[in-house]
Design a protein around this ligand. Structure first.
Ligand SMILES: Nc1ncnc2c1ncn2[C@@H]1O[C@H](COP(=O)(O)OP(=O)(O)OC[C@H]2O[C@@H]([n+]3cccc(C(=O)O)c3)[C@H](O)[C@@H]2O)[C@@H](O)[C@H]1O
Ligand SMILES: Nc1ncnc2c1ncn2[C@@H]1O[C@H](COP(=O)(O)OP(=O)(O)OP(=O)(O)O)[C@@H](O)[C@H]1O
Ligand SMILES: NC(=O)CC[C@H](N)C(=O)O
Length: 553
């Protein structure tokens, strides 16, 4: 049997657009000789529509779309992720299903059994889990069908946690004894990216193929949906765990393999450069967020610093130089180099660069506030007026010209609250909000791999918010090479202060000071723009903490 993995980028709720994509890919797959074309989990409506799943009209449209796909692909067989009413009265009124479409109708449904509920996943909120798994036969070939998490109950992914049931094991027990056809496990997925995820995923699926002596093929969604970035990287393994087909990462793709063909040379799993991967993920996520929200142009405040430089480089790769505008807004505390460095970056990227003066506005603010502020000394209140003026100007430009403002804060700053609410936190998308400052440097060197795009001066100058004379980030924070490992251990791995101090050889009081900053700035993160997720644990709805707390770190 020839199977095609159709790795598509659906838009959540765009039933007609997703239908068109599914029909186009099916036609292309059949033209290439496919007997069965496989689409990702929830391909009909995109992953995850969240509370839209609670609206009857949404489910009705999803059901109608699935019926249209069946009708219009009657000339072949399709396996497609869909959502359907559950028909069971348990309080969860929908099912996450893999629908097999043959001869113009839904001929078989495999409902998802394991509903992930950790990190960014919240499927138990919506879906009715399957009670059982069934082997289906297509053209005389038995097939085991699973939906994403159903194949993930594996210690390679979860060193400490397992579900009590194993859908794949259950399916294999039901495999027809008399059949000498190859064992086939198909998995339709919406498996989001984080660094190293592709490695974990392919090791896990290869292990599954060997354990059950089966061909294992996974078709993954690609594209960005808000914070979630799907890398695609759909893949098929033979029963020895050799790769027999692999789709591209971060773009739509269609790959075919023959389940019985043992002549295909075993290709090694493509080795992924994680810095390049994160770059591609950020470009794709920025492009998809902005375009799926109906924008085509973006604005970035360019300070001459590295964060805004990296965000502008990502935006230029995503939209082309003509659609990115850099705005310089120096204040009296900006270094003389900041405008030169910002201008040099804009020139290297080929983007438009405009300067707006904030000095007079700042003076007006302080004049108006003077009667109330008099007798107090210059401090945070005055400092923060500057980013707030910049934020107001960027939003005015956004309103006038319909370009989305990109937020430039990195994960380290967001972790400790080193950013001004309603100031430099303005914007629709926190492009590098899951990139620690040390990784910002890594990515910037990657941007400059062939020629200097981000000026060397920008990379080499010590980080500074330039809100008061001679200010440096290190006045308030430990150096980033000490800060970032502490933050990673606390934010991503939930290690304790004692554990961090011991394993990193850092003074316990310094660790506690940093952890207190993290806890104290949760209110800022809950008001921040959505963050593109590129690590195992990012800020956003996969990391939920209350604000009004009194906790000991
Ligand atoms: N629990 C809570 N829930 C809701 N709101 C809460 C709150 N606690 C404080 N607040 C509010 O937040 C205010 C304090 O926050 P905010 O006004 O942002 O100001 P704040 O955090 O005090 O100051 C901003 C810090 O970020 C640094 N910064 C600013 C800009 C850029 C960069 C950079 O390097 O990129 C760094 C700056 O040097 C300074 O250290 C309080 O005055 C209060 O109104
Ligand atoms: N002079 C400026 N002109 C334009 N935008 C600015 C200026 N200063 C700050 N910004 C905007 O505010 C963001 C926060 O900048 P800030 O200088 O406080 O430190 P940062 O977080 O280290 O960022 P960067 O590395 O981009 O300077 C910048 O990324 C930029 O988008
Ligand atoms: N959609 C899903 O079931 C995704 C869960 C899976 N463990 C993943 O991260 O890829």
């Amino acid at each position: 049997m020839k199977i095609a993995l159709a790795q598509i980028n659906p838009t959540i709720g765009d039933f007609s657009g997703n239908l068109k994509k599914i029909l186009d890919f099916t036609r292309r797959a059949v033209d290439a000789g496919a007997d069965l074309t496989v689409f990702p989990e929830l391909a009909v409506c995109g992953y995850l529509p969240a509370d839209f799943l609670e609206k009857d009209v949404f489910i009705a449209r999803a059901s109608e779309t699935l019926a249209k796909i069946a009708e219009q692909t009657a000339y072949t067989s399709v396996l497609c992720g869909a959502v359907l009413p559950s028909g069971v009265i348990t309080g969860k009124h929908v099912r996450n299903v893999a629908a097999l479409l043959t001869e113009g109708r839904v001929s078989f449904l495999q409902q998802k059994m394991l509903l992930p509920f950790y990190d960014v996943f919240d499927e138990q909120r919506y879906f009715e889990p399957a009670q059982q798994q069934t082997i289906v036969t297509l053209k005389g070939q038995p097939i085991a069908i699973t939906v994403c998490e159903d194949a993930w109950n594996d210690k390679l992914y979860w060193p400490r946690r397992f579900y009590p049931v194993d859908p794949v094991g259950e399916l294999m027990k039901k495999w027809p004894q008399q059949s000498d056809a190859p064992r086939i496990i198909l998995n339709i997925s919406a498996s989001p990216y984080w660094k190293e995820k592709r490695q974990v995923r392919s090791e896990m699926l290869a292990a599954l193929a060997c354990r059950h002596h089966a061909v294992v093929a996974m078709c993954n969604q690609v594209g960005g949906n808000d914070s979630l970035l799907f890398d695609g990287t759909s893949i098929a393994f033979d029963p020895e765990g050799c790769v027999i087909a692999q789709a591209k990462s971060f773009e739509e793709d269609l790959v075919l393999f023959d389940t019985a063909d043992r002549s295909t040379p075993c290709v090694p799993v493509a080795q992924d450069d994680e810095v390049a991967g994160a770059w591609q993920a950020l470009v794709m996520g920025t492009r998809d967020y902005v375009r799926k929200c109906g924008f085509s142009k973006v604005l970035v405040g360019l300070s001459g610093g590295i964060d805004s430089a990296l965000v502008a480089a990502i935006a230029t790769e995503a939209f082309g130089a003509d659609n990115v505008i850099g705005i310089g807004m120096p204040s009296e505390f900006s270094s003389s180099h900041s405008v030169e460095d910002a201008r040099a970056l804009a020139q290297n990227l080929g983007i438009r660069f405009e300067l707006l003066a904030i000095r007079e506005i700042y003076d007006q603010f302080t004049k108006v506030l003077h009667p109330l502020f008099q007798g107090t000394s210059f401090g945070l209140a005055e400092e923060n007026i500057q980013p707030r003026i910049r934020g107001t100007l960027l939003m005015a430009l956004s309103n006038k010209f319909g370009a989305l403002v990109l937020t430039t804060g990195n994960k380290s700053e967001m972790a400790v609250g080193y950013c001004t609410l309603y100031g430099d936190m303005v914007g629709g998308l926190a492009v590098i909000g899951d990139v620690a400052k040390t990784s910002v440097y890594e990515l910037s060197r990657y941007v400059n791999r062939e020629r200097e795009i981000i000026p060397v001066a920008t990379i080499e100058k010590p980080p500074s918010a330039e809100l008061r004379p001679g200010q440096l980030d290190t006045d308030s924070l430990p150096p980033y090479d000490i800060l970032d490992p502490i933050l990673e251990a606390y934010v991503e791995r939930y290690e304790s202060a004692e554990q961090i101090a011991r394993t990193q050889g850092v003074d316990r009081s310094l660790v506690e000071q940093v952890l207190r900053l993290v806890e104290r700035s949760e209110y800022k993160r809950q008001q921040a723009a959505p963050v593109l997720k590129v690590t195992r644990k990012s800020f956003g709805n996969g990391r939920r903490f209350p604000i009004a707390v009194k906790v000991q770190v």
